[in-house]
Design a protein around this ligand. Sequence first.
Ligand SMILES: Cc1cc2nc3c(=O)[nH]c(=O)nc-3n(C[C@H](O)[C@H](O)[C@H](O)COP(=O)(O)OP(=O)(O)OC[C@H]3O[C@@H](n4cnc5c(N)ncnc54)[C@H](O)[C@@H]3O)c2cc1C
Length: 306
Amino acid sequence: MRPFSHADAGTFADAAAALDRRTSAIAGGTDLVPAIKDGTAAPDRIVNLKTIPGADAIHWDPRAGLRIGALATLADVAAHPAVRRRAPILAEAAGGAATPQIRNVATIAGNLCQRRRWIVDGGPLYVLKGGSHPTFGEAGEGLDVSRGTRVCVSDPATALVALGAWVRVLSANRSRVLPVAHLPDGLRVGELIAEVLAPPAPPGARGAYEKLTVRKGWDFAVASVAVQAVLARGVVRISRVILGGVAGKPWECPGAEAILAGARLDASVAARAGEAAVDDCPALSRSTYRRAVVPALVRRAILRLR
Ligand SMILES: Cc1cc2nc3c(=O)[nH]c(=O)nc-3n(C[C@H](O)[C@H](O)[C@H](O)COP(=O)(O)OP(=O)(O)OC[C@H]3O[C@@H](n4cnc5c(N)ncnc54)[C@H](O)[C@@H]3O)c2cc1C
């Protein structure tokens, strides 16, 4: 591991002012430290965000919705009563990510900014370890890495996109908001996420999160889906169907959403929406197994909304 210097931040503005291409922010360190160890990140300096007072608070406001501090851990997000009541798919997604040990230190903002992972068609169903390039054992085990794709593996990102959530981004002298759907590419050097903002769900809103993993614990999704819908007298008025683990970002499925619009939720509608979802995602054409599991995950999630 290359040596680097380390400084504790007192505010997001100070931390952001210290960032450049050679300086990384660190939160829980569960993604950055392995990246430094495997050589896919090599910062000269690290700025620790965990010393920023109050940056892990979670608040609910009936008009503004949920405000989740960037430093809130996945365990805090999953267990918080307001998240469980107002945004259950986020609680489900955060609570099903990684292991209890990792969830106790991994933060929501670090999760949204974690490296994309490689999947290789015809290779292991689980994601490869290397974030930026497939440097690891698996690449040397006869896999054709030219058939690889980098995918977003954040479970919370998939749920937050379905909820229409935003992040508040701070730099040394500026604040702006950005849809979670634009992360992490939408962040500029010198910018940090200060909080995650999820608007209040309208009356009649329901959601479900489904994730398939090879192992039950501490595993990235082979594929996942977050479905959030508003129902009135049993009829779907609005819906968002977002796939995770299949593309470089959480992937919206307009074909599946069109099938749900105005429909009553039954097995046939759920099955048709599942088939449509797989056609909505171009990256899936590269992976036959993921193509096979997505319809089942989408169908299962939709049937849970009834
Ligand atoms: C074994 C294992 C299994 C896992 N399984 C899952 C899983 O199933 N689902 C899932 O979603 N994730 C999974 N993960 C990923 C894990 O959730 C992330 O590593 C973690 O959430 C990252 O958060 P952190 O606070 O540790 O980030 P760090 O490692 O501290 O930082 C990660 C990146 O985010 C940047 N960053 C941190 N905070 C901010 C901020 N406020 N603003 C801007 N940039 C910031 C850092 O500079 C760095 O680039 C797994 C990880 C491991 C090791």
